[in-house]
Design a protein around this ligand. Structure first.
Ligand code: ACO
Length: 400
């Protein structure tokens, strides 16, 4: 709807577009999506080629800088990330303030925002050097903080980063290692983890990235903005979907009950939705989901996993691809459907699924924030369609 507000504001018209279905809030040169054709490009490169030939840190470089690095630039970038993997020792005392059964996403919202209190030399948003260090710090420290939030929840000591390892290997080392023996991380699992980070690296103006931009448009510091993004990611309609997929598979419990749940998903009076299906932008197979499905097959084969929940997932996928309701509404399995399955097979606890999404998406958030801050921008200030009372007089107590 287009609403004439000229009389109120003297500025003409505004559009009423709940959920921002057809309103662009910014210009961006980072990521292109054609949802109808199932195309996703980062700085012009197809996601399939990046997943096959690049790795997460190189893709981070690309998203942040606009071009792929030369060999020297790549080495310098990786080394700089490695220089920043440790967190200030006082950050670890922060964790102790949380209940030990706190959800790791709750911890991440708090701890990442609190980095603003530790790194005063990367808070000046108009200073390009500060912005650059903030980006390195966030990309490097997110896996450390994510693993700490897990270790804290199971009562195990925190692991120091091991910078002789790759980014993803190091994350698995901090998650599953213990201080008494060297970690022995399977290269297949490290590669799968890297692919999960890469496939989540950016997805233009999704809810969490838009939140980061909106928070950033007021001039807030980068750590505060990323904490806002983490909070927006947490919901089951966004990043929380991979956790919700596993909860749903557990609730279904057995292949024999799938039809009952599919019927519920189609019932207009039942709020139940099949988690891991559908996407606001993709009305075709999400190209990330295709790569993720292939990775899921590789990981399951490598691990020889025989999990009844995975049988339910496979059957659900078949039904959704054949069923008229899903075909008509263009509801394909999305990236979270398969990432949940891989992470479960890798032994990652369900509560960490969305945290892992947040680790991978950090580069997208910071790249968009930086793109906005280094260009011209105005504070984001959506309008509303007021539906309340017209002006009325304050009544005295006796007449209410
Ligand atoms: N199961 C059953 N029906 C569905 C589903 C689903 N998962 N998703 C959408 N529909 C139906 C809706 O009921 C609606 O039907 P109607 O036209 O008869 O009213 C129609 O499809 C369109 O759905 P909307 O909610 O209007 O689509 P929207 O673009 O607003 O929502 C969303 C997209 C949130 C992803 C939705 O498909 C959903 O809730 N999916 C499940 C959660 C999920 O997997 N989220 C992860 C998204 S991917 C990511 O964040 C990386």
């Amino acid at each position: 709807d287009v609403i004439d507000v000229g009389q109120l504001t003297g500025k003409g018209y505004f559009t009423y577009d709940p959920g921002f279905v057809s309103t662009a809030a910014c210009e961006s040169a980072i990521t292109y999506i054609d949802g109808g054709k199932g195309v996703l490009l980062h700085r012009g490169y197809p996601i399939e080629q990046l997943a096959e030939q690049s790795d997460y840190l190189e893709t981070c470089y690309l998203l942040l800088n606009g071009e792929l690095p030369t060999q020297q630039e790549r080495e310098d970038f990786v080394n700089t990330v490695k220089n920043h993997t440790m967190v200030h020792d006082q950050v670890s005392t922060f964790f102790k303030g949380f209940r030990r059964d706190a959800h790791p996403m709750a911890i991440m919202c708090g701890v990442v925002g609190a980095l603003s209190a530790f790194y005063h030399d990367s808070l000046e948003i108009s200073n390009e050097h500060h912005r650059r260090i903030a980006a390195f710090r966030l990309i490097a420290k997110m896996p450390t903080l994510a693993a700490m939030s897990y270790k804290y929840s199971i009562g195990m000591p925190f692991m120091y980063p091991d910078n002789s390892m790759s980014y993803s290997e190091n994350f698995l080392h901090m998650m599953f290692g213990n201080p008494c023996e060297p970690s022995n991380i399977s290269p297949v699992l490290a590669k799968a983890m890297d692919k999960i980070f890469l496939l989540h690296a950016d997805h233009e103006q999704n809810a969490s990235t838009s939140t980061v931009r909106l928070a950033g448009s007021s001039g807030a510091n980068p750590f505060a903005c990323i904490a806002a993004g983490i909070a927006a990611l947490w919901g089951p309609s966004h990043g929380g979907a991979n956790e919700a997929v596993l909860d749903m598979l557990n609730e279904i419990g057995d292949v024999s009950r799938i039809d009952e749940f599919v019927a519920r998903a189609k019932d207009k009076d039942d709020p139940f939705r099949l988690m891991g299906f559908g996407h606001r932008v993709y009305k075709n197979f999400d190209p990330r989901a295709k790569v993720m499905k292939q990775t899921a097959d590789e990981v399951l084969k490598e691990l020889g996993v025989n999990d009844p929940l995975l049988a339910i997932a496979k059957r659900l996928e078949e039904i959704a691809l054949e069923d008229e309701y899903f075909i008509e509404k263009k509801l394909y399995p999305n990236v979270d459907f398969y990432s949940g399955i891989i992470l479960k097979a890798m032994g990652i606890p369900t509560s960490m699924f969305t945290v892992i999404f947040a680790v991978g998406r950090t580069v997208g958030w910071i790249a968009h924030w930086n793109e906005m801050i280094s260009g011209s921008y105005r504070i984001g200030r959506p309008r509303q369609l007021y539906t309340g009372y017209a002006q009325r007089d304050y009544p005295d107590m006796a007449s209410r």
